[in-house]
Each structure stands twice: as structure tokens, then as C-alpha cells.
Design a protein around this ligand. Structure first.
Ligand code: DX5
Length: 230
């Protein structure tokens, strides 16, 4: 990693998809105690991805029980229609898929106009270079290292090259957007992901899978920071 790359602190972003939806407030408080600085909310509509999860109503309830930034990953068609509802619910960051937004520039503007931090997501098959024009607009870029829709999948290895290319593009353009990675982030992958240039590490199964989220979140965060020399 070149010396001019932004020195971003590595953070894990627990994915609530693998938490207990019956005890969501408890689980979010446990990962906050472990040092997590945000939590990812996976919003799925059964169309853009073959699964259905939660929406603004759950975000609104969570907002009442935590001050953590709520990182809402919208795996939905027509996300523009729902931006006002997520703003009203108290979402902090909203990421929309490049593959779901024919007018991506307008969608990112809409998120910012509603007071939230805009971000863009690319599926494994989508090249990061397609984002060049809008990179100055985003808080972060989310690189999917699995095909979205489910937790507990295997990390797609070519994602490392995509992360490296995105970090190089960030440096070339003199930008400071964050690089978030999602899918199969665990103890056997986190060091290589961090050394490729990612700083926001989404983890579902690795944090909640064993039913001890505080310990496992703390351990994964320590492994990420050790790999980054932080
Ligand atoms: C999948 C979601 C991910 C998922 C990650 O579409 O976007 O956030 O929960 O889960 P793990 O870490 O188990 O791969």
C-alpha cells in the first residue's frame, strides 16, 4: 500500500443479518461494547436479491436504542422511492447498488439531500472502474465479496484485486472515500482484505454465528488492526 494512501483506522461493521432479530437491541449493544463503530442493516426486497429482510420500520426502532451509525445497505429495486423513509427512520449511511440505479448520480444526490452519507455498492461481476465519475460524491464504496442475498457464503478471492484497484483509483484521484468489504469476512480472510486496502469490514457470521458476538467482534477487530499494523 503506497505511503500517500489515507491512513484510515480499520473498523469492523457487524452485519445485523446474522444477529437475532428477536434480540436485535441486545446484540447491537454487545457489538458496540466490543468496539464496533457502526452496524450494517441489510435491506432486501425479494426482487433485486432472492431474499426478503427488513426496512425503515426496523431502522426506526433501532435508532431509538443506539447512537451507532446505521449503515443501511439497500439491496432493492427503485431505491430512490425509499430514501425519504430511511431518512425519516434515522439511517446514517445509505448504500445503493450500481446495478439497481440507472441514474446513480441522481440517487447519490438524493441521499445527501436527505442528510445521510451516500455510498455505492458493486456486485462481484461489476468493475470498480465504472464508478470513477461518481467517486467524489461518496462516503464509501462497498465491494461485495459474495453475491448479495445471504450470510455465511464463501469469500470470492478476485475481490482482493478489485479492492487494490479501488485503493489505487482513490489515490490517483486524490480522494478519501472509505473502502468497505462485505461477504465472507472472517479470520481466514480479514488480513488479506485489510492489506489489499479495505478499512470497513462487514462481518455477519464471524461476529454473530457462534452466539458470542462481543468476544468474536473484539477478536476480529484485533485481527484486522494487527494486519494493518494499527
Ligand atoms: C449479504 C449481506 C452481508 C452478509 C454478510 O448479502 O450483504 O452483509 O450479511 O455475512 P457474512 O459475513 O456471514 O458473509
Amino acid at each position: 500500500m503506497s505511503s500517500t494512501a489515507p491512513k484510515l483506522k480499520r473498523h469492523i461493521v457487524p452485519s445485523a443479518l446474522s444477529a437475532s432479530f428477536a434480540w436485535l437491541a441486545r446484540d447491537v449493544n454487545l457489538i458496540q461494547k466490543a468496539g464496533a463503530q457502526s452496524v450494517q442493516i441489510d435491506v432486501m426486497d425479494g426482487h433485486f436479491v432472492p431474499n426478503i429482510t427488513i426496512g425503515p420500520l426496523v431502522v426506526k426502532s433501532l435508532r431509538k436504542v443506539t447512537k451507532l451509525p446505521l449503515d443501511c445497505h439497500l439491496m432493492i429495486e427503485n431505491p430512490d422511492e425509499f430514501i425519504p423513509a430511511f431518512a425519516e427512520a434515522g439511517a446514517s449511511w445509505v448504500s445503493v447498488h450500481y446495478e439497481a440505479c440507472p441514474h446513480l448520480h441522481r440517487s447519490l444526490e438524493l441521499i445527501a439531500q436527505h442528510g445521510m452519507k451516500p455510498a455505492v455498492v458493486v456486485n462481484p461481476a461489476t468493475r470498480v472502474e465504472l464508478l470513477t465519475e461518481i467517486l467524489p460524491m461518496v462516503h464509501h464504496v462497498l465491494v461485495m465479496s459474495v453475491n448479495p442475498g445471504f450470510g455465511g457464503q464463501t469469500f470470492i478471492e478476485f475481490s482482493l484485486d478489485k479492492i487494490r484497484r479501488l485503493a489505487a483509483l482513490r489515490q490517483e484521484l486524490g480522494l478519501a472515500f472509505r473502502i468497505e468489504v462485505d461477504g465472507g469476512v472472517a479470520h481466514d480472510t480479514v488480513a488479506r482484505i485489510v492489506q489489499a486496502g479495505a478499512d470497513l469490514l462487514v462481518a455477519g457470521n464471524a461476529v454473530f454465528g457462534a452466539g458470542q458476538p462481543e468476544q468474536d467482534a473484539r477478536a476480529l477487530l484485533a485481527a484486522a488492526r494487527e494486519a494493518a499494523g494499527q
